[in-house]
Design a binder for this molecule. Structure first.
Ligand SMILES: CC(C)(COP(=O)(O)OP(=O)(O)OC[C@H]1O[C@@H](n2cnc3c(N)ncnc32)[C@H](O)[C@@H]1OP(=O)(O)O)[C@@H](O)C(=O)NCCC(=O)NCCS
Length: 391
């Protein structure tokens, strides 16, 4: 089998439709999705047995906030293989080839949403963000005065809205700094279980001060519709209240909202009653593609200097001794002889630490980083992690 870029996206349609059990009525949308992905510069990779596409995936080149910097992140999606080639190593080759390509393109990290964590863990991905899914009825929203804030429902965000979101994203959690293409992917295609995907722009004296996107979804089991809101960003508290007030105004049409937010998002001040449901949703996994590309990353954690020995079964360029130093909020990385290392750590575990989900000290406690010598509790602190980009 060989790994290469897929030159004709149509080859992916059958493999992915069967692997993900796409319904027949969604086939046109699936074709539209692949067409759009290629048009938007997304990368399609595959492994081939002769002329036959055995396995494939899509890579979204995103600008994502990681710690206090924006980095290029390869978002891997639609990983799938032919049913008659399962267990034959097509996906293993696909992932190592994709990692090598992302390294050649200069991507420091990659993120994916796992169907099963252990499957990707052995290829170096480890836990990253998590979400809070809050379900409530619009009629349970408290009464707020929207003041001078206007709402406009739109099929696609205008330039001012895109700029507003980019500015917000560049200083919040792990948001993707969405460009036009990212927004287009976000808002289409509309699957048969969905009625629409749209955005609502909030302005104050014609300045954009808030933005939300939503999809109207059919709950086939219940036979009812609900609104899912994934993007919900506001400049200040007043705008946030106006946005909730807007959702409340939909209460005669919509009886259920699913709002996805970061773990520390507090809904209680906006509702008269408890929400119907609050769920913790484990989200994505992160992997460092090329550790040296993270040199210079801004990282808000106390100064520290620690010598690491990195293990990486797929990416030999990451393997070996590295001096990791955080000084005045900047990460500095230098190659060192591995005999100097204080801790030995696998690429997945260090990815989770740099990603912010877990601290280095905790990784030592969990034995996900092994002490080699002279470790005195040096730490890299964790932070709030939330990516909010369901690719
Ligand atoms: C998950 C999926 C992509 C795996 O594809 P595959 O062709 O079996 O992958 P590979 O043959 O390269 O095997 C990859 C690894 O999984 C293991 N594996 C494959 N099938 C397995 C099975 N049935 N039980 C246990 N392990 C299995 C292999 O041993 C291999 O591990 P290794 O690298 O340690 O040897 C494929 O089953 C699929 O397309 N599923 C449906 C779509 C899907 O869920 N995609 C994931 C989206 S996040």
């Amino acid at each position: 089998m060989i790994f290469k870029e897929i030159s004709d996206y149509r080859e992916m349609i059958e493999v992915s439709a069967l692997a993900f059990s796409f319904e027949k009525r969604d086939r046109d949308e699936l074709e539209e999705l692949f067409e759009q992905l290629v048009e938007g510069g997304r990368l399609l990779y595959g492994t081939y047995d002769g002329e036959t596409l055995v396995a494939g995936c899509v890579v979204y080149p995103y600008r994502m906030r990681l710690r206090e910097s924006a980095v290029t992140m390869g978002g891997i999606a639609l990983v799938c293989s032919r049913q008659d080639y399962r267990g034959k190593g097509g996906v293993r080759l696909l992932l190592s080839g994709t990692l090598e390509s992302m390294r050649d393109l200069g991507y420091p990290v990659s993120v994916l949403y796992p169907f099963q964590r252990d499957f990707y863990r052995k290829y170096g991905w480890e836990v990253f963000d998590r979400w809070q899914l809050i379900k409530f009825s619009p009629s349970s929203i408290r009464d707020f005065d929207s003041g001078d804030i206007d709402a406009r429902d739109m099929a696609f965000p205008d330039e001012e809205s895109i700029e507003f979101y980019r500015r917000y994203a560049s200083s919040s959690y792990n948001y993707v700094l969405r460009n036009q293409t990212d927004w287009r992917d976000r808002l289409s295609p509309v699957w048969s279980s969905q009625v629409a995907k749209r955005v609502v722009r909030f302005t104050r004296q014609s300045e954009v001060v808030g933005l939300m996107d939503y999809s109207i979804n059919l709950d086939r089991k219940e036979g009812s519709y609900f609104h899912s809101i994934l993007t919900f960003v506001s400049k200040d508290e007043k705008v946030r209240q106006a946005m909730f007030s807007y959702i409340k105004s939909l209460s005669h049409q919509v009886n259920k909202i699913h709002l996805f937010g970061p773990m520390n998002c507090e809904i209680w001040p906006y509702l008269y009653d408890k929400p119907d449901e609050c769920q913790l949703r484990e989200g994505s996994m992160i992997r460092i593609v090329d550790i040296m590309k993270l040199d210079g990353l801004m990282l808000d954690s106390p100064d520290v200097k620690i010598a690491l020995k990195i293990e990486d079964a797929q990416c030999p360029w990451n393997v070996g001794g590295i001096m990791l130093e955080i000084r005045d909020g900047v990460l500095n990385l230098t190659k060192i002889p591995e005999e100097e290392a204080q801790l030995e750590i696998e690429i997945g575990a260090i990815s989770t630490v740099i990603g912010g989900r877990e601290s280095l000290r905790r990784m030592v406690e969990l034995k996900m980083a092994r002490i080699l010598k002279d470790y005195n509790g040096e730490d890299i602190q964790k932070c709030d992690v939330f990516m909010n980009e369901p690719f």
